[in-house]
Design a protein around this ligand. Structure first.
Ligand code: SAM
Length: 215
């Protein structure tokens, strides 16, 4: 899977994508992540990417020119849909993540800042708007990271056997939204004991206990 991320803060992504599972997935060429600095596409002599809103009001709006040129450039590298991270978008769910992961080999993620992006870009170049929840963040970078993370972990071989998503609370069947409690060593922590059945080795009983304790 190839992700191209459009942002005015490309450095934000360096740390998250350079750790753990996603780092390994990149090294194994299971995923490719490219960030593009929208500011570099600005034709303004000061590389401005925002301006005051027509009609007045608080806050700045991302201007269409740098966004247009950045998106057109990235479209020559990535044939996937342009997804604008937006609080007005469809709220991301596991079934949506599964659809993205199975339907596309390439995805373009557009991160807004300020009061958002000029509507004309939304109307003409954006294929879909996705929200990560019913709250407003300062930018689309965290939502883009969430998309990359959630989609990537469903790609075969990204997770090792230990981390398999087949055990996820939302996987297998979309209406199975419950999960059983997890415990690890030590068996007693600050006086709190792990339920005995879990170290009994009796898989039938463990399964029964887990079913009974789904939350
Ligand atoms: N004025 C906008 C509004 O009220 O909807 C909020 C803009 S927000 C401060 C700046 C950027 O953050 C947005 O353009 C979007 O890219 C991103 N963003 C904020 N909240 C988000 C969310 N819940 N899901 C996805 N993206 C979000």
């Amino acid at each position: 899977m190839r992700f191209d991320i459009l942002t005015i803060f490309p450095e934000i992504f360096n740390s998250y994508f350079e750790e753990s599972i996603l780092k390994r997935a990149k090294e194994k060429n299971l995923i490719e992540i490219h960030t593009h600095d929208i500011r570099k596409f600005s034709k303004d002599k000061h590389k401005k990417v925002d301006d005051m809103p027509f009609g007045g009001g608080a806050g700045m709006v991302m201007t269409p020119q740098p966004l247009y040129d950045a998106i057109e450039h990235v479209k020559t590298l990535n044939k996937g849909p342009v997804i604008y991270m937006s609080p007005q978008g469809k709220v991301l769910s596991q079934s949506k993540v599964e659809k993205f992961s199975s339907k596309y080999k390439e995805i373009i993620l557009l991160c807004g800042r300020y009061e958002g992006i000029d509507q004309r870009i939304r109307d003409t170049l954006v294929d879909e708007e996705i929200s990560v929840g019913k709250y407003v963040l300062t930018g689309g970078e965290l939502p883009a990271m969430i998309m990359v993370d959630a989609i990537s972990r469903l790609i075969p071989e990204v997770l090792g056997k230990q981390e398999s998503h087949l055990e996820d609370s939302f996987s297998l069947s979309l209406d199975r939204k419950k999960e059983y409690p997890h415990y690890t060593r030590p068996a007693v922590f600050k006086g709190m004991k792990v339920p005995e059945v879990l170290s009994s080795g009796n898989h039938k009983e463990i399964e029964k206990w887990r079913k009974k304790n789904l939350k």
